[in-house]
Design a protein. Structure first.
Lengths: 425, 425
């Protein structure tokens, strides 16, 4: 029996509240060049007092040595096995979630790059000279008009696709990026996402048409036949553009169909995150999205308002990760101290279980996500109060929780909240 | 998805070099009788300085409480799951690798014991009175002559097997041991290794003929029929010997067909080991064997010569294990100090990632391999510099790497070398 199934069998509801505070990328490194981490350096009186009454430990997001993206990092924190086909969030879907788009389970999503092709139709620049955002938005609007104008006009490749029951949407992303959505209208056959990228990954060759991925089945082949001509018509529409006179599509995917944390664990779960990507991943896991700004203060505003409505709250703080990505240790220290300053507001609500951790480490010296274990602080009435006086990476090594897979955290939170029955008699 | 498959999917090549220095059996015990381990006792100024800039941790070779042989111990260090049917290196193959024989994938290998049978043909001594090596070599030469003389003579059981396309080789091992190889000539049917031992494991019974193992398929049954009479003819050849007038065969096996570390991880991997067994296991894992002597100095000589040719180097030091097997703590301390003295030569090469560990513990008080976790030292630009001032068993308990399966080490080395892409976006 898998762990999630076991937890699900043992689920019991009660009124106790769990708060999972994710300081994105909080874990850092001690290296020759940076002898102390952001958590070492930060002045955190409230966190220190809390650590002295808590269990510490470390979470391994995906596996030893594996550097997780934000998707797998959060899926693991929410109790899902992050490296399995069932939880694989495709690139297209992830980009759409990051843009805050509402994806339905039947929709095929691709991530697009505007690109430049030469007179012979051969790929000359895979990012159209890193097209600025305003240009990207203009071209997306042009494509949207073209889709609308096509209607279901017979004889027009785009119109044929629409007439065949497919809604097509285009949404601009950052710079040269965009997202293309294909959704079957009710009563028309479902669409398959097992489609090959149309990005040849090298210059001087033609952009390939939409085709089923190698080894894909009937559904994907049918989908390629239905949407391929429409994609070609959209490409043709851009022929007179100066730079973005073509595009490449990658990461065709659909939302993974995951059982939600409500169904699995009997939780009424809410996500309070300022950035769309994290809201999107939480939604995939069945959480209700509580609209809020990106600062911890804004998150707390909404938390206080909605405290009575849920029993599991995922709070997301982005600043730690951004500072780590920038290699800016003082900014990371500042982000941690800002959280510390507002921590009393969170504690005043009296969460029955509070976990503070990250979805991965983003060490400032690496200016990137990394594979290093992430420190975890867990406070509840029944947590083992260990001998760690501060919430830091080094203290966490000797914490009572030990070093565990991040996907084990959900069970630990549920246990501390009394939401898991005894296993066996 | 299995861990090895995940690592393989994330593989990215670069020029950075990984060195894995295996101090065979280095882990030791603190007991009532031996209050300090060899690593505790050794004077190791260079290792100490390195430890102060490294991450420490511990490796569990196969599983908690499982004492590994050298084969599984090394397979785990190379990233393979050591307790799976795919990585099972049979006794026959292991013995042949230990003799430095070049085994081909189609060859069936058995490990033999010369034995004594009485006048009724019943087993009287399973090791022929622990026959000395010179006698074993003489008898092997006699068997080899018999094989050569048989040619493919019809009417001779051995000749029939040869005529049926089977090459037979005999190689002496230590004392009463030898190895028997059966290889099908091109164009003849393959041989199966699912054959039962011909060792009844007790005295006073007849030595059974070669038979397919219980539940084995057609290939093994055919193989038994083809090689059985030849084995009987070789037994008959020894009838007039005084002590070694028979033999027992065990561990029929073929090389496991493992994907190599090059194929899996994009590594150009070299093994520098003085002892054939370790070279053999490295070869099974797709490494190139760099011929060298058994001392650490000799290993370093070749390492310096071949530094530009590879990006993964497995260095093997045997002295620590031998001293442990002898229960000789001072010798083990000496073996460690010898490595320490030459460590600057290794560090001067500037490996991007350096791991120092063992394939298992060989505690001197036990004079044998054991199940205890093995200390690990890992140094790279992005290792977490923890608070462990020396490379010892006790310091390793509180190291930043924690206690992890030995088969996780490969992923950690690859991550530290920047040879793994991020998982998910």
């Amino acid at each position: 029996m898998g762990r999630q199934e076991l937890l699900s069998r043992l689920a019991q509801r009660n009124g106790r509240r769990i708060v999972l505070l994710v300081l994105d990328g909080v874990g850092d490194l001690r290296t020759d060049a940076q002898p102390r981490t952001a958590l070492d350096e930060a002045r955190t009186p409230h966190l220190d007092r809390l650590a002295a009454r808590s269990s510490l430990g470390r979470l391994v997001p995906v596996g030893t040595g594996i550097t997780p993206g934000s998707g797998p990092g959060h899926l693991a924190l929410f109790g899902y096995e992050p490296a399995s086909p069932e939880t694989d969030i495709g690139r297209g879907v992830l980009e759409a979630l990051g843009l805050g788009l509402d994806i339905l389970p039947d929709t095929v999503v691709a991530r697009g790059n505007f690109a430049t092709v030469d007179r012979e139709g051969l790929l000359a620049d895979r990012r159209a000279g890193r097209l600025p955002g305003a240009e990207g938005r203009r071209i997306c609007a042009r494509l949207a008009s073209r889709i609308e104008a096509a209607g279901d006009a017979p004889g027009d490749a785009l119109g044929n696709a629409v007439g065949d029951g497919i809604e097509i949407e285009v949404h601009p992303g950052e710079a040269y990026r965009f997202v293309l959505l294909f959704r079957p209208r009710p009563g028309t056959p479902p669409l398959g996402a097992e489609l090959a990228d149309t990005d040849p990954q090298r210059l001087g060759v033609a952009v390939p048409p939409v085709e089923a991925a190698a080894g894909a089945g009937e559904e994907a082949r049918g989908t390629a036949a239905r949407i391929g001509p429409a994609v070609a018509a959209l490409q043709a529409e851009l022929r007179d553009e100066e730079r973005a006179n073509g595009f490449l599509l990658r990461g065709f995917s659909k939302l993974p169909a995951l059982p939600g944390v409500g169904e699995l664990h009997g939780l009424r779960a809410a996500a309070l995150a300022g950035y769309p990507l994290y809201r999107g991943v939480a939604k995939v896991c069945g959480m209700e999205i509580v609209d809020c700004g990106g600062s911890f203060g804004q998150v707390l505003d909404r938390l206080e308002e909605r405290w009575d409505d849920f029993d599991y709250f995922f709070l997301h703080v982005k600043g730690t990760d951004m500072a780590g990505e920038d290699g800016d240790l003082p900014a990371k220290v500042g982000a941690i101290e800002s959280v510390d300053a507002l921590l009393p507001r969170l504690l005043d609500l009296g969460p029955d279980v509070l976990a503070i951790t990250g979805d991965h480490s983003t060490p400032a010296p690496m200016t990137a996500h990394s594979w290093h274990p992430v420190p975890l602080l867990l406070r509840s009435e029944n947590c083992f109060v260990d001998e760690c006086p501060r919430f830091t990476e080094v203290e966490a090594i000797r914490g009572a929780i030990g070093t565990i897979p991040a996907s084990d955290l959900m069970g630990l939170l549920l246990a501390n909240a009394g939401k898991l029955a005894k296993f066996g008699a």
